[in-house]
Design a protein. Structure first.
Length: 303
């Protein structure tokens, strides 16, 4: 199985394509995996389970914005998880959802609301001509896909109005299940390591890149998401996630790890389907940066 396909199916939030495509963005906007897996559906499932970070990030934007918020750009919007949260929170603002995948922007169009405008464009090629100045730019699980994040952030800054806000969000680790049990915790560690060695969901602490682009860094905050009570949703999430690990990394898993996964994905009393407990742990790191309100440079020229 090609590495790009394995990674695409594994890194739900991390990737809709493999890391080797990072420098060839125009070829990278796939929405289905090799086996027909709908990556968009996985993005939606992930948000349904771990989406509490959205409200936290939006609250930070409210706190830091030093200007009226009229235009928000969601850069690398995917299925529009962030787009819809932003539209709900900033009801009077226009939300411009940009994604390189026409299937993703079509999904956003279908879901609405009317304050959302979609633009299908490759952000590696620069800021789309049809998108003007913004008051907020939101980049969730997308900056690490951009071929040249530093250049993208400089361009973003030049399109943000003085007093505007940049919100960058990334997933610092893959979702972890059943952490209290050492063999499951160890399995999660090994999956994380496996993904790191394959280069999936790879990003630095963006602080220096953001400040080098001319932003004032305001907050860097990691949201911890711990869900203790199992629900049908968390069961489905764990099954979807771990079955992708099982099939995607078949050649890389040890026999022990394959056996643990088979037990979890099976139908026995200790399976994900039937066990009474299923704690889920996830996290998001949020960087909030601003363009100083007194800026007098080229930002002013973009209307
Ligand atoms: C992991 S998804 C994240 C989607 C969404 N922001 C979320 O949090 O659910 C990354 C998205 O970025 C898009 N993307 C990646 N590189 C891009 C580029 N160079 N230009 C435009 N979109 C890009 C992909 O098509 C994909 O929909």
């Amino acid at each position: 199985m090609p590495l790009a396909h394995k990674l695409a199916s594994l890194a739900i939030m991390a990737s809709s394509h493999g890391p080797e495509h990072r420098h060839h963005g125009r070829h990278s906007h796939r929405t289905h995996d090799h086996d027909g897996t709908d990556i968009g559906a996985l993005l939606e499932l992930d948000a349904a389970v771990t989406g509490t970070y959205l409200a936290e990030a939006i609250s930070l934007i409210h706190t830091e914005a030093a200007r009226p918020i009229e235009v928000i750009v969601d850069a690398g919007a995917g299925t529009g998880v962030g787009t819809r949260a932003l539209a709900a929170a900033f009801g009077d603002a226009e939300i411009v959802a940009i994604d390189g995948s026409p299937e993703m922007t079509a999904r956003i169009d279908a879901a609405g609301p009317a304050t959302v405008r979609t633009v299908t464009a490759d952000l590696d090629a620069g800021w789309p001509a049809s998108v003007g100045a913004a008051d907020v730019v939101w980049a969730s699980a997308s900056l690490h896909h951009i071929a040249d994040p530093a250049a993208f952030l400089r361009t973003t800054r030049s399109h943000l109005r003085p007093g505007g806000v940049l919100a960058v969000i990334e997933m610092p680790h893959q979702p972890r299940f059943l952490q209290a049990e050492p063999h499951h915790s160890d399995l999660s560690d090994r999956i994380e390591e496996l993904m790191r060695t394959k280069g999936a969901n790879s990003f630095p602490d963006w602080t220096d890149t953001i400040t080098a682009a001319g932003f004032e860094m305001r907050r860097r905050h990691t949201v911890r998401i711990d869900i203790l009570e199992p629900t049908e949703l968390t069961r489905t999430y764990a099954q979807e996630w771990l079955s992708r690990v099982r099939t995607g990394f078949t050649d890389d898993l040890t026999d022990t790890d394959a056996a643990i996964l088979d037990e979890l994905l099976g139908d026995g009393p200790t399976s994900l389907r039937h066990r009474p407990d299923l704690p889920v742990r996830a996290a998001r790191t949020i960087w909030i940066a601003t363009v100083p309100a007194s800026t007098t440079d080229t930002n002013q020229e973009i209307s």
